[in-house]
Ligand binder design. Structure first.
Ligand code: NAD
Length: 248
């Protein structure tokens, strides 16, 4: 039977690009997103490439929704071989003291708690089936914060930490975790962050980012698939898709 990949944040951007590439390689796909319209559209495109696929509408920050997407994937396909733990958001660019507690909670609930809940419930299924590989979408902000992005950067440092812990703690049970860290990836995630954009903020972001080669979502999807195929040797590490930026 073809292997099963569960992808969160599959409606647009990197999750969508990974799903479309995997559809051409005959994987069975469970696609999760809270954007139902775009998620169903991606699922149609994946099916048009001949792949078996289901769409599950879920908010990754809601524990009942996470239990639901894991249960429905297991009920439909019987197992989960790979988990691309990818859903994430950015919030408007601000200095740390300017963020409200609500903004902090919203971002952390999706980028950290949501990623944790996915890991928690997917690993239970992987353990029943003899193992599996988790690909966490982390960030260049897991290495070095860009300006006016402190809470987002903290969230991506946290997810990089969880990736390393899985690599350390699950070696004997064939569960592997690899981080994939895009730098400048051409998607719409920054649209929400840019609502506070000014020339001054832009200059500081540019200075803290430094020169780097922008990647398409399709190019980063290739790194995700490389991580899937090499979980055993890469577990606990991050594939740094820096595009030439130097972090230290
Ligand atoms: N674009 C970049 O430059 C960049 C750089 C580094 C890391 N990343 C990370 O890449 C990942 C994918 O983002 P992208 O750039 O493809 O942007 P994107 O906005 O196109 O994709 C994110 C997807 O996650 C979904 N999502 C967000 N919150 C959700 C929730 N609570 N429940 C379910 N689905 C939810 C969105 O609907 C969307 O489909 C994110 O984790 C992001 O932090 C992006």
């Amino acid at each position: 039977m073809n292997q099963v990949v569960l992808i969160t944040g599959a409606a647009t951007g990197l999750g969508r690009a990974t799903a479309l590439k995997l559809a051409e390689q005959s994987y069975r796909l469970a696609l999760v997103d809270f954007n139902e319209e775009a998620g169903l559209q991606t699922t149609e495109e994946v099916k048009n490439k001949g792949a078996e696929a289901i769409f599950i509408k879920a908010d990754v920050s809601n524990e009942d929704d996470v239990k639901l997407y894991v249960k429905r994937t297991e009920e439909t396909f019987g197992r989960i071989d790979y988990f691309h733990n990818n859903a994430g958001i950015m919030i408007p660019f601000r200095m740390i003291h300017e963020y409200s507690a609500d903004e902090y909670d919203r971002l952390m609930n999706i980028n950290v708690k949501g990623a944790f809940l996915g890991i928690k419930y997917v690993i239970e299924v992987m353990l029943k089936n003899g193992g599996g590989t988790i690909i966490n979408t982390v960030s260049s902000n897991s290495y070095k914060p860009t300006a006016y992005n402190g809470i987002y950067s903290a969230s991506k440092h946290a997810l990089a930490g969880m990736t390393k812990s899985i690599g350390q703690d699950y070696q004997d049970v064939n569960v592997y975790a690899v981080g994939v860290a895009p730098n400048t990836m051409q998607t719409n995630i920054a649209a929400n962050a840019s609502t506070t954009f000014t020339p001054e903020i832009g200059a500081k972001i540019g200075a803290t980012t430094g020169p780097n080669i922008a990647a398409t979502a399709e190019e980063i999807a290739d790194a995700v698939i490389f991580a899937m195929n090499n979980g055993k040797v890469l577990t606990g590490s991050i594939i740094n898709c820096a595009g030439g930026q130097i972090y230290n």
